[in-house]
Design a binder for this molecule. Structure first.
Ligand SMILES: Cc1ncc(COP(=O)(O)O)c(C=O)c1O
Length: 428
């Protein structure tokens, strides 16, 4: 079959009848599959099982540098673990705070502190401004947008291009002093898989926002999460900003959630020394210290950043076949029909899928009614509103290959049904 758009109305009607028949077969199977969230699967978690043996009553909990991890202290993290995560995020050891178990939580905290007290260099707390706005490259990470929405910060969409956010739009929008920041997932972006090009990163370094306390929330969640031996490379924005004396403009986030244990890993924020000192002063009112036993476990298990990178190759070996399987099925089922586009990421956790206009919600609903849960259509947009209703985020990491095979084929069937329905409506 060629492009669906070339079929006549009677041909489309006949096709829809056939597709609905196939769909009813799926409904009879009583499926219960989930492709909604980018969770590591059990095999991936098992890769770090040995970490659980690194601390015991006999091995003790004193770090190599002689710190008793059972006690308070070292609010910014064990020196050894600061080194490990500083290497991962490409910063110096005194430019990082290793916090709790979740980078998202650290982002939320940064936003809260900015609102209540301001960031380093603010004239006043952000909440005292008449209005605050944040730039949101779309499609993007739903939980970033949830934080922003939660605080009543106005979100402004910026289009994602294959090179990163549309920088013409960004440069124009930051002329408004109410725009205090931007969310970025610069490598293997969630959900598009895009790694920002050198050109885009250089334009970020040149950015001259009207708000003097503007912050780039640079969420480098997938910094070493390559699917293939040859990974994407991301230009080092922090160094570029340093060259221009603008290093206070960025907060870098990262975690080991998809390296060690999701929800029980280590999270970090990296920034200029001025920002870090300012944050540590604020943090002393929040906690006495974070969980250094978990930090010690990570240092003992990984030893070095080199070992951590080697460990990520094992994750890739598990994830790669899953991405390939889904991409193969999409190509086989939809390749010639000219009704959809999707990304073929080289890292990260997601495939971003574009249907014909107005077909995303219908596709997700059809999948749900046949027992396959996908991320809600529109979730990757501020306020859950995808203006064209075309974007669907596919997360292939958690299901088994067999489950993925079924889920991806049902997904393609749902896309076809939604597209034929759309074509029939528009050709009347
Ligand atoms: C871009 C991005 N940032 C942050 C997170 C969450 O990280 P953490 O577990 O460290 O809170 C995710 C999880 O999917 C993510 O995709």
């Amino acid at each position: 079959m060629g492009a669906l758009g070339e079929l006549t109305v009677p041909q489309l009607e006949a096709l829809l009848k056939k597709l609905r028949g196939e769909y009813r077969e799926y409904q009879r199977k009583g499926l219960r599959l989930d492709m909604s969230r980018g969770k590591p699967n059990t095999d991936q978690l098992d890769l770090c099982q040995g970490m659980l043996d690194t601390v015991s009553s006999s091995l003790g909990a004193v770090s190599e540098s002689g710190i008793d991890c059972r006690n308070y202290g070292f609010l910014d993290g064990l020196p050894e673990v600061r080194k490990l995560l500083a290497d991962m995020l490409g910063v110096e050891q005194d430019e990082i705070i290793v916090g709790g178990n979740s980078s998202l939580n650290m982002m939320y905290d940064c936003m809260t502190r900015a609102l209540l007290s301001g960031v380093y260099g603010s004239d006043k707390p952000w909440c005292k401004e008449p209005e605050i706005k944040f730039l949101c490259p779309v499609p993007g990470y739903d939980r970033h947008f949830a934080i922003t929405q939660h605080f009543g910060i106005k979100m402004l969409n910026v289009d994602m291009t294959p090179e990163g956010p549309d920088m013409d739009q960004v440069e124009e929008l930051v002329k408004d002093p109410a725009v205090k920041g931007i969310w970025c997932v610069p490598k293997y972006s969630n959900p598009t898989g895009v790694t920002y090009s050198d050109r885009v990163v250089r334009r970020f370094a040149e950015l001259r926002p009207a708000a003097r306390d503007f912050r780039i929330f640079w969420d480098n969640a997938y910094t070493i999460h390559d699917l293939y031996d040859e990974g994407d490379t991301l230009l080092d924005l922090f160094s570029l900003l340093k060259e221009k004396g603008k290093e206070d403009m960025i907060f870098i986030f990262g975690s080991t959630s998809k390296i060690s244990f999701a929800g029980a890993g280590l999270a970090a924020v990296a920034a200029s020394r001025r920002n870090i000192r300012y944050m540590v002063r604020q943090l002393t009112n929040q906690t006495i210290s974070y969980d250094k036993i978990s930090q010690l476990m990570h240092v003992r298990f990984f030893g070095s950043y080199e070992n951590m990178k080697a460990h990520m190759k094992k994750h890739a070996a598990i994830l790669r076949p899953k991405f390939r399987l889904v991409e193969g099925i999409l190509e086989e089922e939809l390749g010639e029909l000219e009704i959809a586009r999707w990304t073929k990421p080289r890292g990260g956790y997601f495939i971003s899928f574009e249907t014909m206009p107005g077909c995303a919600k219908r596709t997700v609903a059809l999948c749900k009614e046949a027992g396959v849960v996908l991320t809600a259509a529109g979730a990757a947009f501020p306020y859950g509103i995808d203006p064209a209703d075309t974007n669907i985020r596919i997360a292939p990491s958690y299901p088994t290959l067999e489950e993925l095979n079924t889920a991806a084929r049902l997904f393609c069937l749902a896309v076809k049904i939604a597209s034929v329905e759309y074509l029939l409506t528009t050709s009347i």
